[in-house]
Design a protein around this ligand. Structure first.
Ligand SMILES: [Zn+2]
Length: 281
């Protein structure tokens, strides 16, 4: 955990930089861009008091303004919860606090949510995309298979019950990706049109078109592996992880061991993770 004064210092420096160079893109000035790690959905297990999670959404400063990766629960979800959220409030312990909504988190960081013109989705389960309508003018970047699964209206695996069409009722513009055009370490990758260098890493299984997102930082890479594993969870049995999250957990654990220089997260992380990594540069 970073000392409190260090976090304040970093925050104040960002404010100072933003005031000083407000409208000049960071990459022109060779100023490191920032990735904020935001917990946009706290959800704790009822059966184990140790299994507490916050959901990793990212606000990435890019050449095209702040880009959000996944949304967590949106404001409409708090006002008018969907049936999946109602179910989760029964089977898990959720604070259900709208202060956790990405749009509110972003405002508290000093951004205007209207600045967010792009949202990258690891996948389209309710907890990852219900906040899309808080950014109605943002273009949504997703894997074509994921969009097709979401809009098909047929349940082909049980995790697809978490696709709720209302979250795109405002008809956001989608940019869809399918063709692998790169390698990122040993993974197939799809380059996304942002600086810093950003890739979709297809990790299908948890959902039909689920992808991780790899983002270059000044120190190396941050790899947001979405719901494709539970790499910091040594309590949940492997068979259950495989059943719910798909086949990649073992691969991700091996990757982390081989590449300690890469910071890896899943979507649902232990709460201290956000204290340890409030932002990356
Ligand atoms: Zn999911």
């Amino acid at each position: 955990m970073l000392p409190f004064h260090t976090r304040n210092y970093t925050f104040e420096m960002r404010k100072l930089r933003d005031i000083t160079v407000s409208k000049i893109p960071c990459f022109w000035l060779n100023v490191p861009m920032t990735i904020h790690l935001l917990n946009c959905f706290t959800c704790n297990a009822r059966l184990s008091s140790r299994l507490k999670t916050g959901m990793v959404c990212l606000l990435v400063e890019t050449d095209q303004g702040p880009v959000l990766v996944d949304t967590g629960l949106g404001l409409d979800e708090y006002a008018n919860p969907g049936w999946m959220t109602k179910l989760f409030r029964i089977i898990t312990i959720m604070p259900f606090d709208p202060n956790e909504a990405a749009v509110n988190r972003i405002r508290r960081l000093g951004y205007n949510p209207e600045e967010v013109r792009h949202i990258i989705l690891t996948h389209m389960h309710f907890d990852h995309c219900s906040g899309l309508s808080d950014f109605p003018n943002a273009k949504v970047h997703a894997h074509r298979r994921e969009y097709a699964a979401f809009t098909e209206g047929k349940i082909r695996q049980f995790t697809e019950f978490a696709y709720l069409p209302r979250y795109i009722a405002h008809k956001p513009k989608f940019t869809l990706y399918e063709k692998v055009d790169s390698k990122w370490y040993e993974f197939d990758a799809i380059r996304l049109p942002f600086i810093p260098e950003t890739y979709f890493i297809p990790l299908f299984g948890h959902s039909r078109g689920h992808c991780g997102v790899a983002i270059k930082t000044s120190d190396g890479w941050f790899f947001h592996a979405g719901d494709a594993g539970a790499v910091y969870d040594d309590e949940t049995p492997a068979w259950l992880i495989k059943l719910v999250l798909g086949p990649h957990d073992g691969t991700l654990r091996a990757f982390m061991k081989a590449h300690p220089e890469v910071l890896v997260s899943n979507s649902h992380m232990y709460p201290e993770f956000f204290e340890q990594h409030p932002l990356l540069r």
